[in-house]
Design a protein around this ligand. Sequence first.
Ligand code: NAP
Length: 312
Amino acid sequence: MFGSKPLKIGLIGLGKIAVDQHIPSINANKKLTLVAGCSPSSRPDGVKAYNSYEEMVAAHPDIEAIAICTPPQVRHVIAQQVINDGRHVFLEKPPAATLGEAMAIKALAAQKGVSLLASWHSRFAPAVERTRQWIASRKLKSVVVHWKENVRQWHPGQKWIFEAGGMGVFDPGINSLSIVTRILPGAVMVKKADLHIPGNCEAPIQVEMDMLTTNGVPVRAEYDFLQTGIQTWSIFVESEAGEKLTLSMGGAELEIDGQVMAKEKEAEYPGLYAHFHDLIKSKSSDADFEPLRIVADAMLLGKRITAPDYIE
Ligand code: NAP
């Protein structure tokens, strides 16, 4: 497989993220070829599209790897089928609707000897590694997460997001947790969570959560899907010495003590696809479920508060 020929990739789920990120990132990588995609109804330009995975692989049995870009609720069943067929798998985030499903996917991939990437695109944001290094040499006083966006602007028509397993505001919020679990030493434990769930929905629209790392650092997170005006995807870190770091724009911008250290354009998916290719080449996997575990813990421990109905 790893001669001069590009790796042949198929996509399942041809919605927003497939169009915005997966298709252009695969097309821009010379080591990859986008062979085809499948989706019940979406038919984006420039992709040979089929109604189902079965139809797609019947027409293109040479597809070696699949990126699953569906909503999380159907990911486990699809991943199982793809892995049983001996194909490598790139899972969009979150890796599945439950921790149990994610663990089953990981075990099956190991058993079948295929590579699995449970992707966390925000970990590939340009300033995340620099933030991790800054934190590594300091004692921290506190961490605060503000992940506040307008669901009507960013997720129009995505009914699945407020259905059971869609995770509501944790759908974007889990991206912040993927960064937090990368940059902080020690595990992150949920201590308290207020889950505001609209009366006509099954998943939260706003969450306030208090966490504590096993090193004793308090982490406060505020997630809001009803944010209008300025949209915020920021993490504020304060050291015991009083230094202040702000990682903003989902990890693209970094400010330390008021000084801009990085202000870069988002380029997460090209990095993710290069990583996926490397994993397959080295016959390995990358499947860390800590961000999903924290969301699951919040759902276990959290207090449910009924919020006004959500009307799109
Ligand atoms: P979306 O626009 O609703 O797209 C999901 C697509 O999956 C739709 O095109 C839908 O089909 C397809 N689909 C649903 N059930 C399927 C099935 N059983 N088999 C095959 N295809 C199926 O949602 P999205 O925004 O792309 O999000 C998808 C995933 O990517 C989510 O887990 C999300 O967290 C993640 N993600 C999204 C973003 C973002 O900015 N939107 C960013 C990063 C990650 P049809 O349209 O054909 O009916």
